[in-house]
Design a protein. Structure first.
Length: 272
């Protein structure tokens, strides 16, 4: 009798464990849209961003992440019939493709410049924004630093892992300055404001927005035409329907004027 009762108890425990495992799988599993586009979370388009990076992504007064990229991803989600879930994550995981590979998000939307190295780790959408680099200083230093030619022996801030950092590291050989890396754009500009560095190099549209929001704190003194283009990214080898949805949305947004409206909303001017 004791043996049968013990065996029955073990069987019930085994069934309960199996049910729990199935429940866990259901919670952690992904989903797909009505059009069959696979997503990492049911009924959500999960998007990786890196703040602060205005006007593309930053936190508003209510602590919500908003910006150019968030609005465009909203159009993609609408096309798929789902909502947007934004994940704020370090840029290293985005630009390396790790966040996409591990299922942290469906799409990386973080002012991400397309280059050959990144193409090895992720698949890119059609370009959606032309980018270049800018050099900024404190306004009070305008008499002594007029261009990159006056940076010899000085310290220049960049955000690590960005194309701005790549460009600065190439330029330092010619101009003789030291590159100092920071983990995000906010810390990079704080270092300039607190005189830890003498100048800063970053994406020009982001610097322009920073100047607009923080007048008289920095001055843009030089632009470098690097010919960069921003694009959205998905996991390498991901279901082509997801990338197709992003590209179709970009094409439709340009045709119906919604892209121009988003552009003007966040950059204060119409796209050229």
């Amino acid at each position: 009798m004791f043996y049968r009762r013990k065996a029955r108890t073990a069987a019930i425990a085994l069934l309960a464990a199996g049910a729990l495992a199935l429940t866990g799988c259901a919670k952690s599993g992904g989903g797909s849209t009505a059009s069959g586009v696979p997503l990492v979370a049911k009924d959500k388009l999960t998007v990786c961003v890196n703040t602060p990076y205005p006007p593309f992504q930053s936190k508003d007064s209510a602590g919500q992440i908003a910006g150019f990229d968030v609005d465009v991803m909203g159009l993609v989600a609408k096309k798929l019939g789902v909502t947007v879930s934004v994940v704020d994550t370090p840029f290293e995981g985005i630009k390396s493709g790790l966040d996409l590979k591990t299922g942290k998000c469906d799409v990386a939307a973080a002012g991400l410049t397309v280059d050959d190295e990144r193409r090895k780790a992720m698949d890119f959408s059609d370009p959606y924004f032309d980018n270049t680099q800018g050099l900024v200083i404190r306004p009070g230093d305008a008499e002594v630093i007029k261009t990159a030619d006056q940076l010899k022996g000085r310290r220049v801030a960049v955000q690590g892992g960005t194309t701005g950092a790549q460009y600065a590291n190439k330029l330092k050989v010619e101009k003789g300055f030291e590159v100092v890396e920071y983990s995000d754009f906010g810390l990079q500009q704080q270092a300039l404001a607190t005189k830890q560095v003498d100048a800063s190099i970053a994406d020009l549209p982001v610097l322009t927005e920073y100047v607009r929001q923080n007048p008289n704190q920095i001055s843009i003194i030089q632009q470098f035409d690097t010919g960069e283009k921003y694009a959205y990214a998905v996991k390498k080898g991901a279901d082509p329907k997801l990338l197709g949805a992003v590209n179709d949305t970009l094409k439709a947004a340009r045709a119906d004027g919604s892209y121009a409206a988003i552009y003007e909303k966040w950059l204060g001017r119409k796209p050229s």
